[in-house]
Design a protein around this ligand. Structure first.
Ligand code: C5P
Length: 218
């Protein structure tokens, strides 16, 4: 039996962050947001209310007028502000699939467009705040926080276990780096109590449906 009360709201973050250098340039990553969008669709399909926080230049989100709200973000700072509004106030579950940049330019974005200089350009970077760890720290009893780990297959289980503990998550989706840009996923779910669940290699929509079913039973 599902243990999440329905109606319940799930907050899903998906896609990359773009960290601005000036008015037109940024440092970003290759995340397409595809799995996060499939998770939103799967959560909606089982009757959950969904808030989908979606980064720049991702695949198109589903057009589902009822029970689905889309909140756009661009940078880590935007997503941090959005999460401050939404979590823990507006959802029971947070699925943090966004590929948040680990570093961003230390200097605020330059106004306008930087000009080419034969001397070159040095950009000093600073670590971004760990958003999912901060959300886990402020969850209230009964709320669940699920993170993601994208790591080479050989070190995946070890790295995912370490992240699960360090960020104090309820569970982490371990996803081999090798499946990036692929149509299928060969990932598994690791829980704080040590249980591990693997559905085998699945398409992203099927993996998303499997994961939402597991999350509803947590
Ligand atoms: O630490 P690492 O980036 O490998 O962990 C991945 C998980 O942490 C993902 O769930 C990602 O959304 C989240 N994360 C975050 N804030 C960051 C970096 C990653 O919430 N600055």
């Amino acid at each position: 039996m599902p243990s999440l009360p329905t109606p319940a709201t799930v907050l899903i973050t998906a896609g990359p962050t773009y960290e601005p250098i000036d008015a037109v340039r940024f440092i970003g990553n290759r995340s397409s947001g595809r799995l996060g969008v499939e998770l939103a669709r799967a959560a909606h399909a089982v009757g959950l209310d969904v808030i989908l926080a979606l980064g720049p230049n991702t695949v198109a989100p589903p057009v589902l007028p009822d029970r689905m709200r889309i909140e756009p973000f661009r940078s880590c700072a935007d997503l941090e502000a959005l999460l401050a509004d939404l979590w823990p106030a507006q959802a029971q579950v947070l699925i943090m699939a966004a590929a948040v940049a680990d570093y961003r330019p230390k200097q605020p974005a330059a106004a306008g467009k930087l000009r080419r200089d034969a001397e070159g350009l040095t950009i000093q970077m600073e670590a971004t705040p760990d958003l999912v760890a901060a959300c886990a720290a402020r969850r209230t009893p009964g709320q669940k926080v699920i993170g993601f780990a994208l790591e080479p297959a050989a070190s995946l289980a070890h790295a995912a276990g370490e992240k699960l503990k360090r960020k104090e998550l309820d569970a982490i989706v371990a996803n081999p780096l090798e499946t990036m840009d692929a149509d299928e996923i060969d990932g598994f779910l690791m829980r704080a109590d040590g249980r591990r669940d693997s559905p085998g290699r699945l398409s992203k929509p099927m993996f998303a449906a499997w994961l939402i079913d597991r999350v509803m039973r947590m």
